[in-house]
Structure formats: C-alpha cells, structure tokens
Design a protein around this ligand. Structure first.
Ligand code: SF4
Ligand code: FES
Length: 230
C-alpha cells in the first residue's frame, strides 16, 4: 500500500520557519502511523518524534494527523487517505519536528495537586466501595497526552487557563472517596480560569481515549456553585 507522508519539519537551531517534507513509502495493511514513522526514520534518522509504549498507554506519540489530534500508535494507516499530513500538536512550542514542549501542561498539572490529600492515612489500606470506584470511570483513564489541551482555543489565548485535560484530572481527584482535600481543591479551582471555557467541545473530539473533559469542567463548575461532590 503506497502512501505519501507530508510531514512538518522544524529544527529551531537551523530553520527560520517550519517546512513540509514529503516521503513516499510502501506500507503494510496493518501498520499504524507510528510504524510508518519508524520506517521513515530507518532511512532518515533526522526525523524527530516521541514514542514510548507503542500501545496507546503513555500518550507520548500524540500529534496532529490529517487535521486531528491523535495517537500515532493507535491510528491505522488503512483508515487514512493516500496523502497523510502530519504536524506537531498545535498550541505548544515546537522543540523539534513533531516534538513539542509540554512544560506548561505539566506545570498546570502540579497546580491541581495530582495526588491524594490525606490527614491520617490508614494503617493498612483504603477501603473503597464499588460505587465510589465507579465515580472515577471516564477520568482515571487520562494519559495526559495533551491532545485535548492542544485543540482548545481558550488554552491558546489565555495563559491562566489550566486546560481541559488538567480540569479532567482535577475532577478525578476531587471525586476520589479517599481524598480529604475537598475544600483546598475547591479553592484552587476558584482561583483558576475554569469559567473561561466556552464549550467549544474541541477537547471531546480530540481525546484519543474517548474521554469528555468538557463534562468534567461542567461537573467542577457544579461543585463550585452548589457544593457537594455529586
Ligand atoms: S483527556 Fe484525553 S486528550 Fe486530554 S490529556 Fe487526557 S487522554 Fe489526552
Ligand atoms: S507510544 Fe505510547 S501512546 Fe503511542
């Protein structure tokens, strides 16, 4: 299966502006975009991108494929047209080629205190009912890949906006029955720009795991307005 890959290249140390480079290669039916990038890199080792797990778990291969933020290791070549245009995640500074600087995302992650806040940890283990555990479904699966945040216009223009993925993570911790930091977490959210989300829903479309950061944002807003976790 012959495919044409049009890939954005940019090395800030030597290029003034990004440019497109074309590679035509023969792909196997069952390849993912990541397999194709590996095949290209076998003859052009200068092509730079991130990948670790190759199984949709680590989130490091998030990139923009034919206009959609996606995981390269989960996007099948067979599902794409002959021409495949790949560029780095929009909205983040480019380090090199398809690798972006996610520092802002990680800094924002620290703001929401991404760990259980407890005053007196149990001697043995936390007991969580099935119902309490199910409250985390649709939240704990987040990879922190940045695909949703990269697609969010509010994140692009508002430097205080934490981003949809980070609000989804905030929701994950505030709903955890083992966490005792409810009031502190509400204070953090009050100081955030959570009300700046305009419900454009790009984040929902972009998430490769089918999660719904907008729903998480709405849930957090409900908590801020009415109190209570549910
Ligand atoms: S919500 Fe989805 S798109 Fe956003 S960081 Fe998590 S896994 Fe990635
Ligand atoms: S390489 Fe880990 S999600 Fe793609």
């Amino acid at each position: 299966m012959q495919k044409k890959f049009i890939i954005q290249r940019f090395w800030p140390e030597k290029d003034k502006i990004p440019y497109w480079q074309i590679y035509e290669i023969d792909c196997q039916e069952d390849w993912t975009v990541l397999d194709a990038l590996e095949a290209i890199r076998a003859f052009d080792p200068t092509l730079t991108y991130r990948r670790v797990c190759r199984h949709g778990v680590c989130g490091s291969c998030a990139m923009n494929i034919n206009g959609f933020n996606s995981l390269a290791c989960e996007t099948r070549i067979a599902s794409l047209p002959k021409n495949i245009k790949i560029r780095p995640l929009p909205g983040f500074p480019i380090i090199r080629d398809l690798v972006v600087d996610l520092e802002r995302l990680y800094q924002n992650y620290t703001v929401i205190k991404p760990y259980l806040i407890t005053s007196s940890p149990p001697e043995k283990e936390y007991i969580q009912s099935l119902e309490e555990r199910h409250l985390l479904d649709g939240l704990y699966e987040c990879l922190l890949c940045g695909a949703c945040t990269s697609a969010c216009p509010t994140f692009w223009v508002n430097e205080n906006f934490l981003g949809p993925g980070i609000f989804l993570q905030a929701c994950r911790f505030i709903l955890d029955s083992r966490d005792k930091g409810f009031n502190l977490r509400k204070e953090i959210l009050r100081k955030s720009d959570i009300w700046r989300c305009h419900g454009i829903l790009n984040c929902v479309e972009a998430c490769p795991k089918g999660l719904n950061p907008f729903q998480a944002i709405m849930h957090l807003r409900k908590i801020l307005l009415f109190g209570g976790k549910r």
